[in-house]
Ligand binder design. Structure first.
Ligand code: SAH
Length: 367
């Protein structure tokens, strides 16, 4: 009965709107990022594009358009698309957007529960778990994915760490409430690493990052994570949205988007040094480094009506304005250590940062 398994409320008519839904430029620049990394790695003959939690499928759709435009560059490369999606309803929406509905469902014993061919002629597969995606050189994308995964909340008390739990309110019918565990719990024993008084930990995100790091270390590729979040500094970020308005997380469970900021310092830690990490860097800086201004100019020049031009400018402002999505969204990447041959593994962050060889990341914020 989960929120996403029943469809999730992405888009203007729903509960929240995301960057790929706001502007086509967003996905296009991420497509360019993948191509740029693929070239930097010597154009491997095979690559997989893997998206975690693709929502309505818009990001992959915009990336596919870029791949199609660069078809001659990619002509000798065997490209395939792999989507990790738990929601059957959103899986259907993605299939319609990306293949025009030309998909087949697979029997239970197959790892991919659905497969087809994209409108641009590329094989595409759906899975419930990252573990099911075949090994191989891959670009992993996670846009507003990690913030949707469940967290544990903890509070420090005089008696030690306690877990914040959800309980049925004994006094009010049909009402939930937060309580503190009376003693320590398995989660307080295992997940606490902080000196702060309140913390949120998302162990599922840690497990997925570990898997991505292992895959990238072994088979090459990269992971690009974009989400709102912090670098280990925030404490209480768990919140709900319904109809684009804040919503009490305990009210009408399953009907609102529940989310918590991504702790990038935790993700970095969970790579266990298997890969290098870049960022987090603010969305407006990443997109600027990727050439969003130039792309906007081209689209403005090619559009002849005022309405389209206004729409382009408005969506640019939504993505880039520090008061809107420009500052609170961050980009973070996992890359193989071989991508930085001039640095050894023990390299400490530089005092004077050189320019990163990885598109979008500007200064080398390598950790
Ligand atoms: N990336 C999209 C959608 C973000 S919403 C965008 O930016 O527009 C989160 C997405 O993750 C939804 O597609 C949801 O169904 C999916 N999701 C949530 N939990 C998941 C899990 N445990 N495994 C795989 N997908 C999950």
């Amino acid at each position: 009965q989960g929120y996403y398994t029943r469809g999730g409320g992405i888009g203007e008519s729903g509960d929240f709107v995301t960057s790929p839904e706001i502007s086509q430029i967003f996905g296009e620049l991420i497509g360019i990022w993948c191509i740029s990394e693929w070239i930097a790695m010597g154009k491997p003959k095979v690559f997989q594009l893997v998206e975690l939690g693709p929502g309505r499928g818009t990001l992959t759709d915009d990336i596919l358009r870029v791949f199609n435009q660069l078809a001659s560059l990619l002509s000798k490369c065997d490209v395939s698309i792999h989507l990790v999606e738990v929601s059957p309803k959103l899986g259907e929406t993605q299939a319609l957007m990306l293949t025009g509905g030309k998909v087949q469902s697979n029997p239970e014993d197959k790892s991919a529960y659905m497969q087809g061919v994209t409108k641009t002629g590329i094989p595409i597969f759906w899975y419930r778990d990252i573990q099911d995606v075949p090994a191989g050189y891959s670009f992993y994308l996670a846009h507003e994915f990690f913030d949707a995964l469940p967290i544990h909340k903890f509070q420090r008390t005089e008696k030690g760490w306690r877990e914040v739990l959800v309980d049925i309110d004994p006094e009010v019918p049909d009402q939930l409430r937060f309580v503190l565990s009376p003693s320590s719990t398995p989660a307080t024993e295992n997940f606490i690493q902080a000196r702060r008084d309140h913390v949120e930990v998302c162990p599922e995100a840690g497990v997925i990052i570990q898997r991505l790091a292992c895959r990238i270390e072994k088979d090459g590729g990269a992971a690009l994570v974009a989400d709102y979040g912090h670098d280990g500094t925030k404490t209480d970020t768990f919140r709900g949205f319904r109809n684009h308005k804040p919503h009490d997380v305990l009210k009408a469970p399953g009907t609102a988007d529940l989310t918590a900021d991504v702790d990038f310092s935790y993700l970095r830690k969970m790579t266990q040094g298997k890969t290098a990490t870049l960022g987090p860097i603010k969305q407006r800086e990443f997109l600027k480094n990727m050439g969003i201004d130039l792309r906007l100019q081209v689209l403005l020049q090619n559009s002849h009506d005022t309405e389209t031009r206004e729409q382009l400018l408005h969506s640019y402002d939504m993505l880039m304005n520090p008061e809107k999505m420009g500052d609170c969204f961050n980009f973070f990447a996992l890359l193989p250590h071989q991508r930085f041959p001039h640095l050894d593994k023990k390299h400490k962050p530089e005092l004077k940062s050189p320019v990163s060889p990885v598109a979008g990341f500007g200064e080398l914020l390598l950790k």
